[in-house]
Design a protein around this ligand. Structure first.
Ligand code: SF4
Length: 401
């Protein structure tokens, strides 16, 4: 029995992506009440936190974290805003932060300033007695939201019906829910990051003839092309169509089935922006994230993960010029920390990741002040079976990279 056509839905996180795009302002923090005026659907918070300005929030967060001392560790993803990242004990991409969380047996509370799937991974990898907290529980990820558990299970059942058990190896990008990681763990599959996707895909092709790549079609396509797989050998699975919009034969003939998901931030970049940057600065280096579309990645000089982008720019010679295609908070920070280089975002519209942006410092203050009162808010807890199966998929990745 194959999946039927379903009504198309767009995650709220995707709809809100452009709510904070600006052309004429900086991204300096505003009181939370002003952010709410953009009609966003963020978590409710006690009213005393709504009107505090950046200065008051900074002073109170500093005070609260001093009171908690070693009991608290704050982790900050590179895409977080300045007013939040300044409090991070460690900055990193999702995997580096999750690994760090696993190496912190003394920290009772891990406040994860990132998005929901990252906090889930930290919970899976940390000790059972540690509590992982996401300051704003509505800080999801539009890409992860594009692969719901129900839709992925339907897809997997259809693929097994057509290809038989073991006919396909599932790979999920780190940017997916724990449920999807667990599905990969249960079915001889694996997790990947944007740093190790190539090695992981090579591993998968040693295990089977075909790969289902979730949830980012662009990272999947860009990685497969690097391995020499032709576009004709890839099909896209649209979860709202019968058989993902494919025929049984096209699925049987494919080497890669790409889930139709994308990152709302990285798909804003286009070749026109690259051309304009090259017209303005003939010696500019274009560096983009592999979540960008295939044409953007191919038009760039370099592409790689967030950590790769940071390393490449930081180690480049003084005077070099960098047009970058990744999240604006990171690009702005790189420009500030490397004043001897010209660093700019290839998109002239300032457009932060709207879900990372949900970690407003007022939420950070709220959750850590409540910890002082022994009140845990927004603990992210993955159930035992899901954690165990996700762990298997994560361990497989660690064993090969
Ligand atoms: S940048 Fe893209 S993939 Fe990363 S959290 Fe934001 S929406 Fe998700």
């Amino acid at each position: 029995m194959f999946t039927k056509q379903k009504p198309t839905t767009i995650p709220i996180t995707e709809i809100e992506q452009s709510a904070f795009c600006r052309t004429d302002e900086t991204l300096d923090v505003k009181p939370l009440a002003e952010e709410f005026s953009a009609s966003v659907r963020w978590q409710g918070i006690p009213s005393e936190y709504l009107h505090m300005d950046g200065k008051e929030l900074t002073a109170r967060i500093r005070n609260a974290r001093n009171l908690l001392g070693d009991r608290l560790t704050i982790l900050g993803h590179h895409y977080q805003r300045e007013e939040v990242i300044q409090f991070a004990d460690v900055r990193g991409d999702s995997f580096k932060l999750a690994q760090y969380a696993a190496s912190l047996p003394y920290a009772e509370f891990i406040v994860f300033c990132g998005v929901h799937f990252m906090a889930e991974t930290a919970d899976i990898l940390s000790n059972a007695n540690q509590k992982v907290i996401l300051p704003n529980i509505t800080a999801g990820c539009s890409m992860a939201d594009m692969a719901s558990t129900e839709d992925v299970i339907d897809c997997w059942n259809d693929l097994e019906n057509i290809l038989g058990q073991g006919g396909i190896v599932p790979i999920t990008y780190m940017n997916s829910t724990a449920d999807i990681k667990a599905l990969c763990g249960r079915n001889n599959g694996i997790v990947c990051t944007s740093s190790n996707a190539t090695k992981v895909m090579e591993w998968a092709f040693q295990k089977g003839e075909r790969v289902l790549f979730l949830p980012d079609q662009h990272l999947g396509r860009n990685t497969a092309l690097k391995l020499g797989i032709a576009l004709e050998d890839m099909v896209v699975w649209n979860p709202f169509k019968n058989l993902g919009g494919n025929t049984e034969d096209s699925i049987k003939n494919a080497k890669i089935i790409l889930w139709q998901g994308h990152c709302s931030v990285h798909t804003r970049f286009n070749v026109n922006q690259i051309n304009k940057a090259r017209e303005k600065y003939t010696d500019v280096n274009i560096l983009v994230h592999p979540e960008c579309t295939m044409d953007v990645v191919q038009a760039a000089d370099y592409n790689g993960s967030t950590e790769y982008i940071i390393k490449t720019v930081t180690e480049s010679p003084p005077g070099s010029k960098w047009g970058i295609g990744t999240e604006i908070s990171l690009v702005s920070r790189l420009a500030k920390e490397n004043p001897d280089k010209l660093i700019f975002c290839i998109d002239s519209v300032v457009c932060p990741c709207s879900t990372m942006y949900r970690i407003h410092p007022a939420y950070l203050l709220w959750v850590i002040e409540e910890l002082i009162n022994d009140n845990i808010i927004n603990q992210v807890l993955v159930n035992d079976d899901t954690a165990e199966q996700s762990h298997i998929a994560l361990e497989r990745m660690l064993s090969i990279v």
